[in-house]
Design a protein around this ligand. Structure first.
Ligand code: ZN
Length: 159
């Protein structure tokens, strides 16, 4: 069975940056996604089209097909008082904020200097080339429920 829209695909993968650092991996055939439902980044989904169980591939994905380009305007300096918390703010902490388009955005604290806090609303992997080492472990038809929900149902699913 080949990978196409409305198939559930189970993958093993290792994701590395250009310096060979492992960013993420799944090697126990537990990662599943619904093809054609934008569950995964476009660059990887496109590369997997028409592949089948047992196929292995190496894909290098540009930021625009991954988590987007790094956008300087998403980095902002804000007053420490904006944060309603008593503990010390630390670099690396993440908060939810309202995006300019009204949606929710995750921002990461990248610098704290006195009363000024720098937050970055870019995805942590924005601007990075993604090197995927992928093996297709299985391909099956999606169930009716999975198609309605737009995602895979499995052991970890609570409905
Ligand atoms: Zn569901």
């Amino acid at each position: 069975m080949q990978i196409s829209a409305e198939k559930v695909v189970i993958l093993n993968y290792t994701l590395k940056d250009d310096d060979d650092n492992i960013i993420d991996q799944s090697q126990d055939a537990q990662f599943a996604y619904l093809h054609g439902a934008q569950n995964i980044i476009p660059g990887l989904e496109n590369a997997l089209a028409d592949k089948a169980k047992g196929d292995k591939l190496n894909v290098r994905i540009d930021p625009k097909e991954g988590y987007g380009e790094h956008n300087e305007s998403m980095i902002q300096n804000v007053e420490r008082g904006m944060f309603d918390m008593e503990e010390e703010l630390q670099v690396g902490q993440q908060f939810h904020a309202e995006a300019p388009d009204g949606g929710m955005l995750t921002v990461t604290v990248t610098q704290v200097e006195g009363d000024e806090v720098t937050v970055d609303g870019n995805h942590p992997l924005a601007g990075i080339h993604l090197n995927f080492d992928v093996e297709v472990m299985d391909v099956r038809d999606a169930t009716k429920d999975e198609l309605e929900h737009g995602h895979v149902h499995g052991p970890g699913c609570d409905h």
